[in-house]
Design a protein around this ligand. Structure first.
Ligand SMILES: Nc1ncnc2c1ncn2[C@@H]1O[C@H](COP(=O)(O)OP(=O)(O)O)[C@@H](O)[C@H]1O
Ligand SMILES: [Mg+2]
Length: 227
């Protein structure tokens, strides 16, 4: 990791993904998370640097915008696009995917309502997350859900962009929380509806059904071809 300044100290790497290395540590006396984008050896070095810097700037800008409109996201402490580094507030808590496995039903539902409100606020601000999974949500100790990982986020151009977020969340609930998927989604959507309203929620859900049908159609065609 390139963080070797006298103002910051990395104490522990907590996650190594395809795109970034995440570590905990201290920066100017605060508990922080360092998100360091990693180089891809198969990319031409110049292009690699350009992609890393562009994604870092985009994530930092969107985090700032979301914080301004009151979405629970980590506050940015420092950004260096040249090396692909974002230093941000550390959210103390558990990744929602893990938390949901041990929570009793009422607490799990409350967490999903909170997640729905935050995604709703994000959509209302015109941002689609691009990777709405329960791994990109942190259940803080006070019961509020925070959204992280805005690396794929973008400005909404069409209702399809926000529907894709909800579609992905449904798929994640189906694969990681199968037995409670429908109830958990109901809790989520009630928080979402509270923020964006009935009409918009209905429009999004209709679009999600359309995306799911399209997906099923493609799957069925694949099965027909292989038979
Ligand atoms: N600000 C933060 N506070 C606490 N944990 C975080 C924070 N940011 C990221 N994490 C943890 O690191 C993991 C990976 O971070 P993320 O931004 O999702 O990286 P990637 O783009 O590689 O998925 C998250 O799932 C979460 O567990
Ligand atoms: Mg992630």
């Amino acid at each position: 990791m390139t963080v070797s300044t006298c103002v910051g100290r990395v104490s522990k790497v907590i996650y190594l993904g395809a795109e970034a290395l995440i570590a905990e540590g201290e920066f100017l006396g605060r508990s922080v998370v360092f998100k360091q984008r990693v180089s891809k050896p198969y990319r031409v070095p110049e292009l690699d640097r350009a992609i890393i810097s562009r994604r870092t700037i985009s994530e930092a800008r969107i985090l700032t915008l979301l914080e301004e409109v009151g979405v629970r996201v980590p506050k940015i402490v420092f950004v260096d696009p040249l090396v692909g580094l974002i230093v941000m507030e550390k959210i103390e808590g558990l990744v929602l995917r893990d938390a949901l496995k041990d929570l009793d039903w009422e607490v799990a539902c409350r967490a999903m309502v909170s997640a729905g409100r935050e995604v709703g606020k994000m959509h209302r601000a015109g941002i689609a997350h691009g990777d709405v999974t329960t791994s990109n949500m942190i259940l803080a100790r006070d019961g509020d859900v925070y959204i992280v990982d805005l690396g794929l986020a973008k400005h909404v151009e069409d209702v399809e962009d926000v529907a894709v977020d909800i579609h992905l969340l449904i798929r994640v609930l189906e694969s990681s929380h199968y037995s409670a998927r429908e109830e958990l989604f109901k809790c989520f959507i009630s928080g979402y509806r509270e923020v964006v309203g009935e009409e918009f929620t209905r429009e999004v859900i209709n679009k999600v059904s359309e995306i799911r049908l399209r997906g099923r159609y493609v799957e069925e065609r694949k099965v027909r071809k292989t038979n």
